[in-house]
Design a protein around this ligand. Sequence first.
Ligand SMILES: NC(=O)c1ccc[n+]([C@@H]2O[C@H](COP(=O)([O-])OP(=O)(O)OC[C@H]3O[C@@H](n4cnc5c(N)ncnc54)[C@H](O)[C@@H]3O)[C@@H](O)[C@H]2O)c1
Length: 262
Amino acid sequence: MAASADTTTTTTSCTLSGRIALVTGGGGGIGCACCQVLAREGARLVVTDINLQAAKHTVALLPGGQQHVALAMDVTDRRSVEDAMKSAQDKCGAPPSLLVNCAGVLVFASILETDDDSWQKVIDINLTGIFLVTQAFATSLLENGKDSKGAIVNIASIAGKTGHPLTSAYSASKGGVISLTKTCATELASKAIRVNCVLPGVIDTPMIAIASEEMTESNMRLIPLGRLGRPEEVAEVVAFLLSERSSYMVGACVEVTGGYGM
Ligand SMILES: NC(=O)c1ccc[n+]([C@@H]2O[C@H](COP(=O)([O-])OP(=O)(O)OC[C@H]3O[C@@H](n4cnc5c(N)ncnc54)[C@H](O)[C@@H]3O)[C@@H](O)[C@H]2O)c1
């Protein structure tokens, strides 16, 4: 019998050298870790956040600091998003070809107590923000990118799959992120832009500091690994999904949860 074709000869690189990566919420726990891992992999970072000081702090932590850029961007504001995308291109000489949609907020309230304003705020930042940033990113890449091959990773949440008590707006927004990911993935794959998402479990960042001790303890009992996740454990998966090592992954939802919610 003839030897089968060797399918292992194609080499894929883990490096993101020469790529420009824009991260939203880059001043926060998971966003900052993503920037650090992507910079380690050779990417030039455009670190954006509604909190410019936090974005600058992240840039200060990155290897090769001078090539990276910190920009203010409010993901809920189309003008702010489009201005930041244009600044990124002007400062870097080309549009970003990698995007991490990481900005987010969490509000704890029961469905009976969730008021209109907090519902709308969570949906605006967590879901509409991804719509606005993805649209601006893809438009600028397809219009101006010499090599328009791109990749997007959306940070959803395991709560978007399982639901979670006291997080109706948050869980609904993250469920929306999962379906938005899959829809964008189907539309953009033919334009050489892969879209995937990550579903973190409970990760040790400022976001979960608002949880009560009781809430954290009851979450811990549901995590088979028996500990909180670290931001860099999410960031490593994000870097993989942005790299060519995941070249056949489109519309995937990768759980990074220590086994919680599987
Ligand atoms: N920490 C967790 O347990 C956990 C679990 C699942 C998913 N996530 C998701 O991971 C992402 C990052 O969360 P984190 O834990 O690092 O939280 P974090 O609070 O440390 O970071 C969130 C960042 O988003 C920024 N932000 C808020 N509103 C913004 C806006 N309108 N425009 C731009 N930036 C804005 C904040 O300034 C902050 O820097 C979020 O989408 C969150 O929902 C976190």
